[in-house]
Design a binder for this molecule. Sequence first.
Ligand SMILES: [Zn+2]
Length: 106
Amino acid sequence: MINEHVGRDVPEDWGYDGGCSFCRIIAKELPSAVLYETDEVVAILDILPLRPGHTLVIPKVHISHVTDLPADIAAATGAAVSKVGKAVSEGKSTRGLRRATGATGV
Ligand SMILES: [Zn+2]
């Protein structure tokens, strides 16, 4: 577990509700901000981000343990993590803002 998750205040209704929240997001039963989607995975913004751009890449099949992930879905997830991670990093780049505003320097 990432230490920054320990002791965080989260809404009370985030507890177990008899279903998998990620499956409900994929089924569009719960709202989400989708950044990327394929037949195998979906990438959404975290609703309680640790940092700007904090994104979750979720397989569209319900998997309780990462060790149960089929190889083809693991590959699709890895490819999505790489693609989305690069896009989010580029989107957060201050260099891009500086270019857009004409500022110089770093
Ligand atoms: Zn699920």
